[in-house]
Ligand binder design. Structure first.
Ligand SMILES: [Ca+2]
Length: 473
């Protein structure tokens, strides 16, 4: 059963340019900016979330730690917790009154505000969920293996058969490959079996109340959720989702719902919670509006020739397939590289030692759904498996794991100390850090794949920092 757990329950701190990591926490469907539209199941870095909440954590259990170990201490801790609860409740009520005024000024009707917000209390479990984040994170390989597990493939193939005529209609209407849609359904909610159980209004109100750096984002999601209720797509009681407000079988956050959800079964409501037709068609609509190209692949695994220049990889380095072919790149499944499928980028999700992929525009469209490279790759690969394709030809490298935030910062510090420009020490492995890694890799004569693995960090540690490598000749 654990293997059938949907990915949203693992959360996503993934993105193309960050270390691809999958902490075991529920999806944090935020986005750095509104422009990302859906924020996908996005992944605010959990750390920034934590940082924003430190104040909250501090007064949540003020004396529990200090009092640990004695019965009197335990009683004091409980009393203190009771006080903290009452304080929190008082602050929440006052916050809610002010939110209600803002919602009214945004045109939300008094009736729905009354129905949705009456008796609302903050959700203390959300704090625990944020606290219990693991230090380490999954690698892309582990994530893809988890996503495209035998159980999920088997269940997905059964769903393809069960909903064949619906899927054919959705495919005709939106022009999006049914295998991709079923893969999304499979990862988001384990084919609709895990659409999320938490009341969305309560979760979003808790998050907006906690504030922090992303308070405005949660505020907007809460407003959007109220708009959905007001339109009558779903009742407050049935509007359930992840702790971060990702809702229903497609795990849309409210603003994404407002932008992309459709009523495909024609009952007048856009019900991504209970209607398979509405849920899958809404996902199809989202991909279509994000630029899906009908009939084109997301990408495929490739094999690279000996002596290949790994510096050519990178998701924005597009080349025609003919150019990749001239460089000796071939499909791992032995099929020919057909030049008609447009320009492609070469990605090496776990560096030169792992599988390589050529990816097309549709891969970037999947990234609009969720910005994590591991997510998009998982969707693509799971879709291929659902279609009857085989497992990846190359194995993921052994002995790797995702770097922690502290380790990513350490990596950047060590590179900076050696004279490389990482664009700051912020724990975010963006294009500049990747470029710095490649430069360092060329210097030490290893494949310049730009991959920030534990092996690279250990090598930097061994060689120490503090010397300016470039200045030394
Ligand atoms: Ca409907």
């Amino acid at each position: 059963m654990a293997l059938m757990q949907p990915l949203h329950s693992l959360g996503r701190r993934l993105s193309w340019d960050r270390t691809v990591t999958v902490p075991a926490m529920p999806a944090y469907r935020g986005m750095e900016q509104e422009r990302e539209r859906r924020a996908g199941s996005a992944f605010v870095t959990a750390l920034s979330l934590l940082a924003g909440w430190l104040g909250m954590l501090a007064w949540e259990r003020p004396t529990a730690m200090a009092a640990e170990g004695s019965e009197a201490g335990a009683r004091n801790a409980i009393e203190a917790d009771g006080k903290a609860d009452r304080l929190r409740q008082k602050r929440f009520v006052s916050w809610l009154a002010s939110f209600r005024k803002k919602a009214e000024s945004r045109g939300i009707g008094a009736e729905i505000l009354k129905r949705a917000l009456a008796g609302l209390r903050p959700d203390p479990e959300i704090l625990a969920l944020v606290r219990n984040q693991p230090e380490h994170s999954r690698t892309v390989g582990a994530y893809v293996g988890f996503a495209a597990s035998e159980e999920r493939i088997k269940a997905g193939q059964a769903k393809l058969a069960e909903h064949a005529s619906l899927l054919a209609r959705i495919e005709r209407h939106f022009g999006v490959d049914r295998h991709i849609l079923v893969a999304i359904w499979g990862l988001e909610s384990t084919y609709g079996t895990r659409p999320g159980e938490r009341p969305v209004i309560r979760s979003l109100a808790t998050l907006a109340f906690l504030g922090g750096r992303r308070a405005a984002f949660w505020h907007e999601q809460l407003i959007a959720a109220l708009k959905i209720l007001e339109r009558g797509d779903i009742t407050p009681a049935a509007m359930r989702g992840s702790w971060a407000g990702a809702m229903g079988q497609t795990q849309f956050i409210p603003t994404t719902f407002l932008a992309f959800a459709v009523d495909f079964d024609g009952d007048g409501r856009r019900d991504i919670w209970r209607s398979v037709a509405d849920a899958i068609a809404s996902a199809a609509n989202y991909l279509k509006k994000s630029g899906w190209r009908t009939g084109q692949p997301w990408g495929f695994e490739v094999l690279l020739p000996k002596g290949f220049d790994f510096g050519l990889s990178g998701r924005n380095r597009l080349r025609p397939l003919a150019a990749w072919r001239r460089l000796g790149v071939r499909r791992a499944d032995g099929r020919p590289l057909v030049p008609a499928t447009g320009r492609a980028a070469l990605i090496l999700p776990m560096g030169a030692r792992g599988p390589a992929f050529l990816v097309f525009r549709n891969f970037h469209v999947i990234l609009r759904y969720n910005q994590a490279l591991a997510y998009a790759l998982s969707i693509g690969h799971l879709a291929d498996r659902l279609r009857g394709g085989g497992p990846l030809v190359r194995a993921w490298p052994e002995g790797e794991r995702g770097l922690t935030f502290a380790e990513r910062e350490e990596l950047q510090r060590l590179l900076v100390a050696r004279g490389y420009d990482t664009g700051g020490v912020d724990g975010i492995l963006g294009p500049m850090t990747r470029a710095a890694i490649r430069a360092y890799q060329r210097k030490i004569g290893v494949p310049a794949d730009g991959y920030a693995g534990i092996g690279l960090l250990e090598r930097l540690r061994r060689e120490g920092g503090g010397e300016n490598e470039r200045g030394r000749t």
